[in-house]
Design a protein. Structure first.
Length: 325
C-alpha cells in the first residue's frame, strides 16, 4: 500500500467534509497510523476511528486529552481543534481567540491569499464594511426563509410555521436593514429579530413561554440546546474563515464586541436557520444532548451550511474588494 502524504489528506474540500466532532471523557491519540479516540469502559478500552480527511473541526470537552502525535496528524489534514467545556459550552480561549474558544488552526505558510487581499481591500472603508454587514444579514434572512418554510424534515418534525407571518417579519426586517445607518443599528435590528424568531419557534412547536438565557444551567432544555448548538455553528464558521485565509478579527458586524467577531458574523448565516428550530424540536421530544448534537450536525451537513458560509464570504470579498462597487 502506498504511503498517504499530507497533501492527500486535504483532497476533500472542507466545504464537502461531513464530520464535526464533539468529544468528552476520552483520549485522542494515534494508533496504528490512525487518529482515534479511546473510551474506558470498566477494565476495557474501546478505540474509535476519527476520519480526519473528512472532518472539519474537533471540539474537545470535559475529561479529554490529546497527544502531540494526534495534533500533528490533525494539522496535516487541516482540521481545526477547539477546547471547550461540557456539552460543547462554554468554549475556552487561549490561542487563536474567537467566541471564547482556543481554535488551534493548522499551520501553513503557503495558503492562497486571494480572499484575504480582497477582504482587506474593502475592510478599512467604513461604508464598504457596513455594506458587507448588510449583505451578511440579508443572506441570513434568505437562509431562514428557505429552511423554515421549505424544509420537509422540519415539517415532519412538527415545526409548523405560518408562511404569511414569517415572510411579513422578514420583509419588514429587510427594509430596516437597507436603511440602517451603522453597524450599531444593524446589531440592534439583529437582536430584535432574534427575539421574534424565538417567539415564532416556540409557537411552531407549542413549547409555551420561553425566555432566552445565555449559558443556562437550569432545567430549560431549549436554552441549553441553543447554547450547545450555536457552538457547532461557530466551529463551522471558524473553519470557513480559515479555509479562505481571512483572520477572525476582521469582522464586519461583531468586531467591536468580540475579538474574533468574524466567526460570529459567519455563524449567524446558519444559526437561526438550522440550530434554532432544532433546539425547540429536540426540547419538545425530550432528546438527550447527544441526540440533539447529532441532529444538528446532520442538518448542518444536509443543508450544506459550510458551503453556504464559504460561498457568502467569497461573494462579499470579491464584490466589495475588487473595486467594482
Amino acid at each position: 500500500m502506498d504511503d498517504v502524504t499530507p497533501a492527500d489528506l486535504k483532497t476533500i474540500l472542507h466545504s464537502k467534509r461531513a464530520n464535526l466532532y464533539y468529544l468528552q471523557h476520552c483520549r485522542v491519540l494515534v494508533n496504528g497510523g490512525r487518529v482515534e479516540y479511546v473510551t474506558d469502559e470498566g477494565s476495557k478500552s474501546r478505540y474509535w476511528n476519527i476520519p480526519i480527511a473528512n472532518t472539519t473541526s474537533l471540539l474537545l470537552g470535559t475529561g479529554t486529552s490529546i497527544t502531540q502525535a494526534a495534533m500533528r496528524e490533525l494539522a496535516k489534514a487541516g482540521v481545526l481543534v477547539g477546547f471547550c467545556g461540557g456539552g460543547g459550552t462554554p468554549l475556552f480561549a487561549a490561542n487563536e481567540v474567537d467566541v471564547d474558544v482556543a481554535w488551534l488552526t493548522p499551520q501553513s505558510e503557503y495558503r492562497p491569499t486571494e480572499y484575504l487581499q480582497y477582504w482587506v481591500h474593502f475592510w478599512f472603508d467604513d461604508n464598504k464594511r457596513l455594506e458587507a454587514a448588510r449583505r451578511f444579514q440579508l443572506a441570513r434572512l434568505a437562509r431562514i426563509e428557505r429552511q423554515w418554510l421549505h424544509s420537509r424534515p422540519l415539517r415532519d418534525a412538527g415545526f409548523v410555521m405560518s408562511s404569511d407571518t414569517l415572510t411579513g417579519v422578514l420583509a419588514q426586517h429587510r427594509a430596516a436593514i437597507a436603511q440602517a445607518p451603522s453597524t450599531i443599528e444593524l446589531l440592534t435590528l439583529e437582536a430584535r429579530l432574534t427575539k421574534v424568531l424565538f417567539k415564532l419557534s416556540a409557537q411552531a412547536v407549542n413549547y409555551g413561554d420561553f425566555t432566552r438565557a445565555k449559558r443556562a444551567s437550569g432545567t430549560d432544555p431549549a436554552n441549553r440546546f441553543l447554547d450547545h448548538g450555536n457552538y457547532l455553528a461557530y466551529g463551522l464558521a471558524a473553519t470557513a474563515t480559515w479555509v479562505l485565509g481571512i483572520p477572525h478579527g476582521l469582522a464586519v458586524l461583531h468586531g467591536k464586541t468580540r475579538r474574533g467577531g468574524l466567526v460570529f458574523d459567519v455563524a449567524d448565516l446558519v444559526k437561526d436557520a438550522v440550530i434554532l428550530p432544532q433546539a425547540f424540536i429536540s426540547a419538545m421530544r425530550g432528546d438527550e444532548e447527544q441526540a440533539f448534537r447529532q441532529a444538528c450536525i446532520e442538518r448542518l451537513t444536509r443543508t450544506e451550511a459550510l458551503d453556504f458560509m464559504i460561498d457568502t464570504l467569497k461573494e462579499v470579498a470579491i464584490d466589495l474588494g475588487s473595486g467594482n462597487t
